[in-house]
Design a protein around this ligand. Structure first.
Ligand SMILES: C[S@@+](CC[C@H](N)C(=O)[O-])C[C@H]1O[C@@H](n2cnc3c(N)ncnc32)[C@H](O)[C@@H]1O
Length: 271
């Protein structure tokens, strides 16, 4: 059936124990690099502070925030409950629920949150659906509420550590894939988040650009390796590429990428 609505693509990664391990591995790496969970510009000390983590996955970020802020209420939302931890391991102030964030949120959540957190939506969002998602997410925020959004910037991918100029076909191919993963994928929205938010009454508070220190390059390479392994069945050529990249890593050459944490704030005037 023909439709004028842009299509939201299915989640391309897996949700099994290895995929959950990768998300948690990435979480601790990113936390070490940034030094924060909630950006210090966001005042979490407010009485009755409410925060939603959208696309929460294993809920690791939301769990750590809930444990660190016992007086806050944290909502962790995902389209699938498959990676949520068992009820027994959940902090009391953390509430999981299932929702497709491209669809309107239930009215009871409208304008209820002091802050919303999003991380790693790159494999789900293309340019044609980014605004649809942002417009919907903004409805959750109170006037003056914050949105913190963390992604890596695919166009910053580059080969690092090749002082000798040796051929690195694996790393070169990987850089190419980051910059143009497929005909349907365009990543311009990631770089333009601050401008996109302006249209929806959100102004930029800060953008932190985070670069890997050398000693994290092995973690970055292992994370890429784990992510690629989830594609092997669909794209068998990936396995060969991963092996090539791992071999080049042993010679001290890696693909590096810059991360960006954008914090924007909704106008304090209620609309
Ligand atoms: C790459 S994972 C990131 C998980 C988590 N944010 C983190 O940083 O560890 C992306 C998550 O988004 C979820 N997701 C995909 N499409 C979604 C949608 N339309 N609405 C809500 N969650 C979605 C997936 O199920 C997955 O858990």
């Amino acid at each position: 059936m023909a439709s004028s609505e842009p299509e939201v693509h299915a989640y391309p990664l897996k949700r099994n124990i290895l995929a959950s391990t990768r998300l948690n591995f990435n979480h601790f790496w990113l936390k070490s690099m940034t030094g924060y969970l909630v950006h210090p510009k966001i005042n979490t000390a407010k009485e009755g502070f409410r925060l939603a983590d959208l696309g929460t996955g294993t809920g690791i970020w939301a769990s750590e925030v809930a444990a660190a802020l016992p007086n806050a209420r944290i909502d962790a939302v995902d389209i699938s409950a498959e990676q949520f931890p068992p009820e027994a391991f959940k902090p009391q102030n953390l509430h999981y629920w299932v929702h497709d964030c491209f669809k309107a949120f239930p009215a009871e959540h409208s304008g209820q949150f002091d802050a919303v957190h999003m991380r790693y939506w790159l494999c789900i969002v293309n340019d044609d659906v980014a605004e649809k998602l942002i417009e919907n997410v903004v409805t959750l925020l109170k006037p003056g509420g914050y949105l913190q959004w963390f992604e890596f910037l695919p166009y910053t991918a580059h080969v690092r550590g090749n002082a000798e100029g040796i051929p690195t076909p694996g790393c070169d191919k990987l850089v190419e894939l980051y910059k143009k993963p497929s005909a349907q994928s365009t990543y311009n929205w990631v770089q333009s988040r601050p401008q996109l938010f302006e249209k929806y009454g959100m102004s930029l508070v800060v953008e932190d650009r985070i670069e890997n220190q050398s000693h994290y390059m092995q973690v970055a390479t292992q994370s890429t390796f784990l992510g690629q392994a989830e594609y092997y069945k669909m794209h068998p050529e990936m396995e060969k590429l991963s092996e090539q990249v791992a071999e080049e890593y042993r010679n001290g050459v890696v693909v590096d990428i810059v991360f960006s944490c954008v914090v924007v704030r909704k106008s304090t005037e209620a609309h």
